[in-house]
Ligand binder design. Sequence first.
Ligand SMILES: Cc1cc2nc3c(=O)[nH]c(=O)nc-3n(C[C@H](O)[C@H](O)[C@H](O)COP(=O)(O)O)c2cc1C
Length: 195
Amino acid sequence: MSSDGLDQAPLIETVVTTTGSDGVVNCAAMGVRWGEEELVFWPFHATRTLKNLRFRGEAVVHLTDDVLLFVQSALGRPRPAMRAASVIAGSVIEDVSSWREVVVNEISPSEDGAARSRVRARVVAAGTGTRQSLGLCRARHAAVEASIFASRLRWLGSARVWAELARLQELVDKTAGPSERAAMDYDRRYVAERT
Ligand SMILES: Cc1cc2nc3c(=O)[nH]c(=O)nc-3n(C[C@H](O)[C@H](O)[C@H](O)COP(=O)(O)O)c2cc1C
C-alpha cells in the first residue's frame, strides 16, 4: 500500500517497542495508520520512541486488547514478558494478539506542524501471540479515552480531566472486568498523583 493509501487506513492504537542505545526496551502507546506493507505513526519529539527510532531505525508494533498494558504504556514504564524479535534487533511482547516488526523508511516533519515526526516504516516480519482478542468493549474504550485525558493533564487542567474521567467511569462501572477496572484505576491514580 502506498503512503497515500495509508492516509485512508484506520488509526489503530498499538503498543510500540523500541530499544535505546543503552539496550533498554521502551513500550509506548501509539496510534498507527495500519497498512499491510507499511505503517505510519507520529511520535512526539520528546519521546523515547522517537529517540530510539533515530538511533536504531527498528520497532515492533503490537496489537492487543490488554487495556492495562496499553494504559501503562501511555502513562508509565511497563515491563511485560518479552522475547527477541525474529528479523530485527527488537523485542516482542509475548501476551499480545499479533505484532509486526518494522524498519524505518523515513522520518520527516509532521504534516500538521505539531511537535512530532512522521515515521514511515515497512513491515519485515509479523506474527501472532498467545492472547486471543475478545473484541469490542465499552469499558476498554473508556479506559483508553481516560488515558488520553490523563496524558493531556497539563494542557487541559485538572477540572476538565476529572470531569471526563467521571463520565468515562460510568462506562467502566457498567461493563468492565478486572483488567479494565485496573486500567481505569491506573488512569485515576496517575491524575491524582499530579493534582
Ligand atoms: C490512545 C493514545 C494514543 C497515543 N498516541 C501517541 C502518538 O501517536 N504519538 C506519541 O508520541 N504519543 C502518543 N501517545 C502518548 C504516548 O503513549 C506516551 O507519551 C508514551 O509515554 C510515549 O513516550 P515514550 O516513547 O517516551 O515512552 C498516545 C497515548 C494514548 C493514550
